[in-house]
Design a protein around this ligand. Structure first.
Ligand code: NAD
Length: 234
């Protein structure tokens, strides 16, 4: 087996704890766990404090990530970031990564299944691009605690259809109720038939597993990557 890699977890909420619980399966060792209280301590994100970290994994909040970013990029280790909601500052973050020579894997959804689903949807966009008699829609449903709507993943799927060449309108709708696990459907409808492609996330461990795969993969690489790069999907 490959050498164990040492991870610093920035954010120790639901995702941080799941990554901790699954790390051993990916031969990863957790050497530090920072949360909102501990990360604000003087020197908590200092390079001297973490001389032996191989990869930093951030699952915090958009605000925390943007605030911590300058220090995260000075740690001298690649970064895997799953935190969502900071994309409007994406250019600034990318240039920080470039300036400090920090390899980054950033993904709004680390699930292997969703990454493959996105590729399938891009292919569907390509095939339906010339079929004006088929209308497309995206529907996503999540538990009632999820605040953003449509979900980041629904927007990623919409872009995948567009990348595939689909130019007709796409109706995007959201549902928030009860404990619904994250569900995304991309559909096409014509006079006499309907096609639906659906991905359902049954539990959040899929995101943690994807982040651990990304952490193993990014070591020794240079650049800015997404989950498609990690999986080798063109
Ligand atoms: P959570 O609320 O359970 O945990 C957030 C953690 O961040 C807490 O431990 C909190 O103490 C910590 N934190 C807050 N401010 C901090 C700071 N300044 N410095 C360090 N730590 C700080 O949230 P979660 O469910 O674990 O999700 C975390 C993030 O990951 C969210 O942005 C969520 O949207 C995203 N997410 C992404 C994926 C993906 O696949 N990319 C999957 C699930 C969740």
């Amino acid at each position: 087996m490959d050498d164990a890699i040492r991870l610093l977890l920035v954010g120790y909420g639901r995702m941080g704890k799941l990554i901790d619980a699954l790390a051993a399966e990916y031969n990863c060792e957790i050497v530090g766990r920072l949360s909102s209280t501990t990360a604000s301590d003087e020197g908590a994100l200092g390079r001297d404090r973490w001389p032996n970290v191989d990869v930093v994994v951030d699952f915090t909040t958009a605000h925390a990530f943007l605030q911590n970013a300058p220090r995260l990029f000075e740690l001298g280790a690649p970064l895997v970031v799953g935190t969502t909601g900071w994309q409007q500052e994406g250019e600034r973050i990318r240039s920080l990564a470039q300036r400090t020579g920090t390899p980054v894997v950033a993904a709004a959804n680390f699930s292997v299944g969703v990454t493959i689903f996105e590729s399938l949807v891009e292919g569907a966009g390509r095939m339906f691009a010339a079929r004006e008699d088929y209308g497309a829609w995206i529907h996503e449903a999540h538990h009632r605690a999820k605040r953003d709507a449509p979900s980041g993943t629904a927007l990623v799927l919409e872009s995948a259809l567009r990348r595939g060449g689909y130019t007709a309108p796409i109706d995007v709708a959201s549902t928030r109720a009860g404990s619904i696990p994250g569900t995304h459907t991309v559909g096409f409808d014509a006079l006499s038939e309907t096609i639906t492609l659906t991905h359902t996330t049954r539990d959040r461990a899929t995101f943690a597993r994807g982040a651990l795969l990304a952490a193993r993969w990014v070591r020794g690489r240079q650049g800015w990557f997404g989950m498609r790069d990690v999986l080798g999907i063109e």
